[in-house]
Write a protein that binds this ligand. Structure first.
Ligand code: AMP
Length: 190
């Protein structure tokens, strides 16, 4: 069982690449952002609560996020591997993920960070807003908030897994296929 965290700032291409990798390696792709958007679409209580944070570019509280993630993992006990996209987003979530996997005698195999600079990210997210329908993609101040949250709360997760050399960085600029090859080569070598 291989468990990968696809890491990187908003707009770094995690969602696109995670889906392609999941298809190639036959892994389950879990995106907490997508799970929240499904809850919002279904107008659930969880979705409404999550939206009040997402719309400001803030993290949804850990209790809600970890509970939702745990449920998704437990619903899929027989998968060959999991690609976590957008989770963990702080060290507490990383600790909760490690615990959840340890209960199943598993662990994170690698964290792979897509390296993309701020200017490129803002451009990409604004471009994405034309088709994503996401209100958090369409406003530069909200995008900047999300980048600040990434730097302050999320980036320490890279160091958390670097301690035992599980964190890797991949250059996140280039064509989708070029970046996909970089990621695939790294995962194949694990
Ligand atoms: P994403 O689709 O990964 O860019 O996530 C969109 C938004 O959902 C984020 O800006 C957060 O508000 C929320 N979100 C997604 N994943 C998490 C998480 N692991 N912890 C807290 N909030 C999250």
């Amino acid at each position: 069982m291989i468990n990968i965290i696809l890491f990187g700032p908003p707009g770094s291409g995690k969602g696109t690449q995670a889906q392609k990798l999941a298809d190639k390696f036959n892994f389950l792709h879990i995106s907490t952002g997508d799970l929240f958007r499904a809850e919002i679409g279904n107008k659930t209580e969880l979705g409404q609560e999550a939206m009040s944070y997402i719309s400001k570019g803030l993290l949804v509280p850990d209790e809600i996020t970890i509970g939702m993630l745990r449920k998704k993992v437990e619903e899929n006990p027989d998968v060959e591997g999991i690609i976590f996209d957008g989770f963990p987003r702080n060290v507490l979530q990383a600790e909760a993920l490690d615990e959840l996997l340890a209960e199943r005698d598993q662990q994170i195999s690698a964290l792979i960070a897509l390296d993309v600079d701020d200017e490129e990210i803002i451009g990409r997210i604004l471009e994405r807003s034309k088709t994503s329908g996401r209100s958090d993609d369409a406003d530069v101040d909200i995008i900047k908030n999300r980048i600040n949250v990434y730097k302050g709360e999320t980036a320490p997760v890279f160091d958390y897994y670097l301690e035992d050399e599980r964190s890797h960085t991949v250059h996140g600029v280039g064509s989708i296929e070029e970046i996909f090859t970089r990621l695939s080569d790294l995962i194949s070598a694990l």
